[in-house]
Design a protein around this ligand. Structure first.
Ligand SMILES: CC(C)(COP(=O)(O)OP(=O)(O)OC[C@H]1O[C@@H](n2cnc3c(N)ncnc32)[C@H](O)[C@@H]1OP(=O)(O)O)[C@@H](O)C(=O)NCCC(=O)NCCS
Length: 186
């Protein structure tokens, strides 16, 4: 089971993104993870590999779309710290991070946010990381006092319900334009 987690300031443990927030997490079998909102840490090739190959909602999405979406969103990465990262004297701490999870928030920072692209890689599942990630997002200072925060999910309702989300009471009021095949057409 997971252990303690703690909030870090920007300069701790080799993280340096200005204004970014980080949290260290003790996972199963002494594995260590970090959650961060630092865009400089994102490993977009790895994120793209998961989203294009394994995410049911955007299979086939091109790398350029993933990168553009990330650069226009508030993004969160979940990273496994390699063994050598336990050494605080490690010369290049960010090279000791392997991204194993992601979430992206589309927001105007005033009234609305849409949480999407949430995943944890198979190798890191069942350690409570998605719950830590959601808790981290929901307490992010730039995402407070919004009138509406939404997301869509096929089957992870009980994950999000733990953070106050409810199934909309007014589905008849919602409209959308959605092209499920957009990334699969060649
Ligand atoms: C869903 C996912 C993010 C969960 O990640 P995880 O780190 O293994 O999950 P956690 O260990 O934090 O536990 C998740 C919690 O949500 C619950 N849950 C609800 N729906 C779930 C689902 N579809 N898959 C996994 N857990 C789910 C679990 O029961 C657990 O709650 P509990 O500990 O109170 O019993 C991960 O399985 C994943 O990336 N799946 C593929 C992508 C996906 O479906 N993303 C969500 C899109 S909306």
């Amino acid at each position: 089971m997971t252990g303690e987690s703690k909030l870090l300031d920007d300069s701790a443990d080799g993280f340096s993104g200005a204004g970014a927030l980080h949290e260290l997490i003790e996972g199963r079998d002494s594995r260590r993870y970090a959650i961060s909102s630092d865009p400089a840490l994102l490993q977009l090739a790895r994120v793209h590999e998961f989203l294009s190959g394994k995410a049911y909602w955007c299979l086939g999405i091109p790398f350029e779309k993933v990168a553009r979406a990330a650069s226009n969103s508030l993004c969160f990465g979940v990273y496994r710290l390699r063994e050598t990262a336990q050494d605080p004297a490690a010369a290049q701490p960010t090279s000791n991070l392997v991204q194993v999870g992601y979430a992206r928030v589309v927001t105007d920072y005033a009234t609305f946010a849409w949480i999407c692209d949430v995943y944890i890689e198979e190798s890191a599942r069942g350690e409570g990381l998605s719950k830590k990630l959601m808790a981290f997002i929901m307490k992010h200072p730039s995402l407070q006092n919004l009138r509406r925060v939404c997301l869509a999910t096929h089957d992870a309702h009980t994950l999000y319900e733990q953070f106050g989300f409810i199934r909309t009471k007014t589905p008849e009021n919602w409209l959308e334009i959605k092209d499920d095949q957009i990334y699969l057409r060649r």
